[in-house]
Design a protein around this ligand. Structure first.
Ligand SMILES: Cc1cc2nc3c(=O)[nH]c(=O)nc-3n(C[C@H](O)[C@H](O)[C@H](O)COP(=O)(O)OP(=O)(O)OC[C@H]3O[C@@H](n4cnc5c(N)ncnc54)[C@H](O)[C@@H]3O)c2cc1C
Length: 375
């Protein structure tokens, strides 16, 4: 089977590697720089509990999808390392969710209640217990939860390993240009391919198809794709010191994610923002809020600042499946969980494209089901 994959972010690359491992011949089309979109900008948290256990308005099955996605990561990371002979960046240590104020404590309790109802393992910690586990935390912290389900990965290392496989594999080609999609009688065609999988991140709806010299958007063919929108996010990384945190720390909308050579601090969520540059005042605010959680951050220098653009839908769920145009598939809209969901997405899409089978959990995320799953 000849499959075209549009977009060389983590979703397109993991799908390409999975499809090729199952015998397909894959051509990846990338219109910009491979692996430098949202997937490069991400913090790399694999956080089903914090991101999906208790978020209002989300798809009713998103937590199940995220939990299944997290469960795949340890094995998938080993496989990635074996095939690429490079580090996957996977780091299996638990996350600490902390409350710095009375209001935040109430939100942490709500998360705790949601986790109890969903049977998610966690450990409630007193401030003293949390600080003995993570001495970088501020003494002003009021309470904490240890979330063993929520891990992390150095997503840039993962991208390097995936790209290395794609470059070496005789079954995968990477072409740095847009694919030549045609539109004929409300159907997208793509010469030379049996299936086309669109993983173009926040630009999925506006991928071009041409009919008699006129340009159309994919969302003109399947309007559900217009659900995939952009959510900008600004972040920074700072140098590490002996007092830097060793644990991923979540406190409301600020997170601190230690990597081997830097600490990442994030992130804003800005619907509609498509700029890929960070603003100084936003970065200063993030750093200051991180320093309230871990005081040592106040004195360390910034290494890098950046902004990325998440592809997201109104209920934070990805759209996974065949569009109204037979043979045209989509895997996009992963919002804040694209790194977490990449290995599972690849399995789901490979099952669908190569075997025509839909994993039970995936049915609720198909383009056809998507709108009816709105809550
Ligand atoms: C600040 C920030 C922090 C985040 N933190 C986390 C986190 O901690 N954990 C987590 O799980 N997720 C996180 N995310 C979300 C995650 O990064 C995304 O969900 C994920 O990277 C989406 O992957 P993608 O491959 O769909 O998109 P992208 O990585 O953006 O890749 C899409 C690719 O498609 C290409 N493309 C676009 N149009 C076309 C076209 N017409 N033809 C060919 N190619 C095209 C683009 O150039 C790009 O390379 C974060 C995102 C941001 C921005």
């Amino acid at each position: 089977m000849r499959v075209a994959v549009l977009g060389a972010g983590i979703i397109g690359l993991t799908c390409a590697v999975e499809l090729a491992a199952r015998g397909a011949t894959v051509t990846i089309f990338e219109k910009s720089q491979p692996g430098r979109g949202a997937s490069w900008a991400a913090a790399g948290m694999l956080a089903p509990a914090f991101e999906a256990a208790n978020q209002p308005g989300q798809h009713p099955h998103l937590f199940e999808l995220c939990r299944a996605g997290a469960a795949l990561w340890p094995q998938w990371a080993k496989r990635l390392e074996a095939v690429s002979q490079m580090p996957s960046g996977f780091y299996g240590k638990a996350t600490l969710a902390v409350a710095m104020s009375v209001d935040a404590e109430a939100r942490l309790r709500a998360l705790q209640a949601a986790m109890v109802s969903k049977n998610i393992a966690f450990e409630a910690l007193s401030p003293a217990e949390a600080m003995s586990s993570e001495p970088a935390l501020s003494g002003k912290m009021r309470s904490a939860l240890r979330l063993p389900t929520d891990m992390q990965v150095d997503n840039r290392a993962t991208l390097r390993a995936l790209l290395a496989i794609c470059q070496r594999s005789p079954r995968i080609s990477l072409i740095l240009q847009e694919a030549a999609l045609k539109l004929k009688e409300d159907r997208i065609t793509h010469d030379g391919f049996d299936a086309t999988l669109v993983c173009a991140g926040w630009q999925t709806a506006v991928v071009s198809a041409f009919e008699q010299g006129q340009r159309f958007r994919l969302a003109d063919v399947d309007p559900v794709l217009d659900e995939i929108d952009c959510y900008g996010g600004q972040m920074l990384s700072v140098h590490r010191s002996s007092a830097s945190p060793m644990t991923t720390i979540r406190a409301d909308d600020v997170y601190i994610v230690p990597k081997t050579d830097r600490t990442i601090i994030g992130a804003t969520v800005e619907p509609g923002r498509t700029l890929d540059t960070a603003e100084a005042h936003v970065i200063a605010d993030l750093k200051q809020r991180a320093a309230e959680i871990c005081p040592a951050i106040r004195d360390v220098e910034i290494i890098e600042t950046w902004a990325g653009i998440r592809p997201g839908t109104h209920n934070h769920a990805p759209i996974l499946g065949q569009t109204t145009s037979p043979g045209l598939y989509v895997a996009s809209g992963h919002y804040r969980n694209g790194i977490l969901l990449a290995p599972l997405t690849a399995q789901i899409m490979a099952d669908m494209i190569l075997d025509g089978s839909v994993m039970k959990l995936a049915g609720a995320f198909s383009p056809g089901q998507f709108m009816s799953a709105a809550v």
